[in-house]
Design a protein around this ligand. Structure first.
Ligand code: NAP
Ligand code: ZN
Length: 350
């Protein structure tokens, strides 16, 4: 067993605090990782506050993990000790169904295993995430962090990066396409950077006027304050694709009418239920479409990391101590993050 220090939630209402756990001893296909950095995703907060349903406590959140390989099992082919690696939102899947066969493990028909909040097949115990000093993961769910990337700024790519990259690729963002990104948080700021790097025209929709300059610096060609009805009206019928990263219930009709004919609104934000429904009319009058997208599979996540390395892209981060996590959650709820908190894991034990 691998003794591991972590920060865990003990119930839905109390602050997170230190907790000791044990990782499984590495099996023949496992990679043992010393965690260096872990990003703080809004999903961590939804999860530990039971906003997505009841979970098992204690619960260690964190699925934007970068660390170094410490040891590998006898059958591990792709990794050696000392390498810089990443682990995202998944640590297992059936490897057998049509989705897994296509490298779309996030849509595993038997249910993929989340990095936290799932059940570890090897032990039958709850999976525990990356706000921790070590993790043991099957090599098929471990990513290579490309040479030269800042490990702290790379961590958010493992969730915020792939969650925006995948729909941008699926709906073919690129030159000649007009893409809207709604919300400039962790996902949104990666969406702006990635859509810009793919050559699309990017419009950022925000409720926070103070983020407009940052949005342009990150790659937005235009910024619209979504509470300004006249500004919203001026860009109606103009976009091919919208990625909605909003973490709370909001008006979808206003977004749908921003789409051109045949445009698609892709929901990424995991707003708790209930969520207000849409009218039928934006679909009927513009042959518009509503879709959703969940993180990304392992092959596409590696492709995204390589794309980011080639384009010099990483996350804009605020590095925090583990003991700052509760303040970070409160700031995230106020949309006050520039633009991803990342925990320096060395502070868990110091
Ligand atoms: P975040 O950093 O907190 O960003 C969310 C942004 O949404 C905020 O910065 C804010 O941007 C905007 N926003 C917040 N409340 C709003 C409201 N009531 N009305 C309108 N806009 C609002 O969160 P995140 O980590 O990027 O995650 C965003 C959501 O995606 C979360 O629900 C998360 O669970 C989910 N998620 C989904 C996937 C997936 O696979 N689909 C993966 C990861 C995360 P402005 O200040 O610019 O308005
Ligand atoms: Zn996430």
């Amino acid at each position: 067993m691998i003794p591991t220090q972590s920060y865990a939630a003990f119930d839905p209402a109390s602050p997170l605090g230190p907790w000791s756990l044990e990782r499984r001893a590495p099996g023949s296909r496992d990679v043992q990782i010393k965690i260096l950095y872990c990003g703080v995703c809004h999903s961590d907060l939804h999860t530990v506050r039971n906003e997505w349903g009841a979970i098992v406590f204690p619960q260690v959140p964190g699925h934007e993990i970068v660390g170094r390989v410490v040891a590998t099992g006898a059958d591990v082919k792709g990794f050696t000790a000392g390498q810089l690696v990443g682990v995202g939102c998944l640590v297992d899947s059936c490897q057998d169904c049509p989705s897994c066969a296509q490298g779309l493990e996030q849509y595993c028909e038997k249910g993929s295993t989340g990095t936290y909040g799932g059940i570890e097949k090897q032990s039958g115990k709850p999976t525990q995430g990356g706000y921790s000093s070590a993790i043991v993961v099957d090599e098929r769910f471990v990513l290579h962090i490309p040479e030269g990337m800042d490990p702290a700024a790379a961590a958010p790519l493992l969730c915020a990066g792939i969650t925006t990259y995948s729909p941008l690729r699926e709906w073919k963002a690129g030159p000649g396409k007009r893409v809207g990104i709604v919300g400039l948080g962790g996902l949104g700021h990666m969406g702006v950077k990635l859509a810009h790097a793919m050559g699309a025209h990017v419009t950022l929709f925000t409720t926070s006027p103070g983020k407009a300059d940052d949005a342009r610096r990150l790659g937005a060609d235009a910024v619209v304050i979504s509470k300004d009805a006249a500004a919203m009206k001026s860009v109606r019928n103009s976009l091919d694709l919208i990625l909605d990263t909003v973490s709370a219930p909001h008006d979808l009709d206003a977004e749908l009418t921003l789409l051109r004919r045949d445009g698609t609104l892709v929901l990424l934000g995991g707003s708790p239920v209930p969520h207000p429904a849409t009218s039928v009319w934006p679909f009927i009058t513009g042959r518009r479409r509503l879709a959703g997208s969940l993180i990304g599979g392992l092959p596409e996540t590696q492709e995204m990391l390589n794309f980011c390395a080639a384009h010099g892209i990483a996350s804009d981060i605020e590095l925090i101590r583990a003991s700052d996590i509760n303040v970070a959650y409160e700031r995230m709820l106020k949309s006050d993050v520039k633009y991803r908190f990342v925990i320096d894991i060395s502070t868990i034990t110091s």
